[in-house]
Design a protein around this ligand. Structure first.
Ligand SMILES: [Zn+2]
Length: 375
């Protein structure tokens, strides 16, 4: 018995050896090869994928893409797709629809911040509630006639800008990507809506303007504003003294952590004809997905003469409603004629997100020439 056992035991290893050589080794080699391949290629692929996703997210967050079942955001430049193809994600402005503004946060995980965020836009702006911050400066706009493609992206009319259009906000340079319109206005002034609101969407330039030398205050303010914007990141929320006094913070969904986007909002009231906007307004693309190359266009025509503004930290106003957007809403409106307003409203009767709770935010204001704007 024992011999048998021994014999068997003796036999067994050599069979195992053979087994190992003939079966396991190739498997191991294949496995190792696969592992190596994964090790070397997957991270690269994953890295690339990540980069693409980040880029797509950026573009998606920046772009109203009306394709592939996935709408990007009303705020954004360019013509890129959102990259990933999801089921769902369709959204609209119909408050009776399950895809309307009240439900945006539920439509996709990426949209969750639309309902969970604490720095959402738009908001109602009330002059008497806004804090005058002496350190806020007039924004320096460096806009010029630039080539532009005007697109109907299914959610708005958007002018995608080429060229070197920038603005300087508290020492940082932001580059204009695109502008687009909402009907009625998204921001309201003490409850008052305007027929249209134009949003000029900027992204932080790679190489921000050098901080104005020697101005400690400027640097501090800049840091404060950056900090303030970064409060959309939960971990920074405690840095806001005033915020501690209020109720428990809501869980923040993933949000833009850096103030990479800065949007200028300008109200458009019904009044005189806007002559310069006619270059593209007289021929707006009416069908979703249509684009038209416009003659060179100077976006400066959207800026009111008086440059008083409200400043606050908010979000994109279209899904994914990402936070970390530095908002400037000019106090003075510009004018379009009733026909010009009509041209837009005929295409987009309502593409305005309702105002969102201010929560624990400070609304700041800058008054051009020290006096409140009044036109
Ligand atoms: Zn917008």
């Amino acid at each position: 018995m024992s011999e048998n056992h021994e014999t068997e035991d003796h036999h067994s290893p050599s069979r195992k050896d053979l087994y190992v050589v003939l079966v396991l080794t190739p498997l191991l080699i294949i496995g190792a090869g696969y592992g190596l391949a994964r090790f070397y290629f997957k991270p690269a692929e994953a890295g690339l994928q990540l980069q693409l996703e980040q880029l797509a997210t950026k573009l998606g967050a920046l772009t109203n893409v009306h394709s592939a079942g996935n709408h990007g955001d009303g705020h954004g430049g360019g013509n890129g797709g959102h990259g990933t193809s999801h089921s769902g994600g369709h959204w609209n402005y119909d408050d009776k629809s399950t895809e309307g503004p009240a439900h945006w946060g539920d439509l996709k995980p990426e949209f969750a911040i639309a309902s969970q965020g604490i720095r959402q836009s738009p908001i109602d702006l009330v002059e008497s509630d806004a804090i005058s911050v002496p350190e806020l400066k007039a924004i320096e706009f460096r806009y010029q006639p630039s080539s532009m493609v005007v697109t109907n992206n299914g959610h708005t009319i958007q002018g995608n800008m080429s060229g070197d259009n920038t603005m300087i906000v508290q020492g940082k340079t932001y580059k204009l990507l695109q502008f687009h319109f909402h009907a009625h206005s998204e921001h309201t002034f003490a409850g008052t809506k305007y027929p249209l609101e134009v949003h000029l969407v900027h992204i932080l330039a790679d190489d921000p303007a050098a901080p104005k030398a020697g101005t400690k205050t400027a640097a501090l303010i800049e840091a404060a504003i950056a900090e303030c914007v970064m409060c959309s990141n939960d971990s920074k929320a405690d840095h806001h003294p005033a915020e501690k006094t209020k109720a428990e913070p809501k869980p923040a969904a993933p949000a833009a952590k850096k103030p990479v986007l800065a949007v200028i909002g300008v109200m458009i009231q019904q009044g005189k004809d806007s002559e310069p906007v006619k270059s593209f307004w007289n021929d707006l693309p009416k069908v979703s997905g249509d684009s038209k190359v416009s003659p060179p266009f100077n976006p400066a025509i959207f800026l009111p003469n008086a440059r008083s503004y409200y400043r606050y930290n908010g979000s994109l106003t279209t899904p994914p409603c990402s936070e970390g957007v530095l908002w400037t809403v000019m106090k003075s409106p510009i004018e379009f004629s009733s026909d010009q307003v009509k041209s837009f409203v005929e295409i987009f009767p309502l593409n305005a997100r309702p105002v969102q709770p201010i929560q624990r935010r400070f609304i700041m204001q800058f008054n051009d020439g020290g006096k409140p704007a009044n036109n």
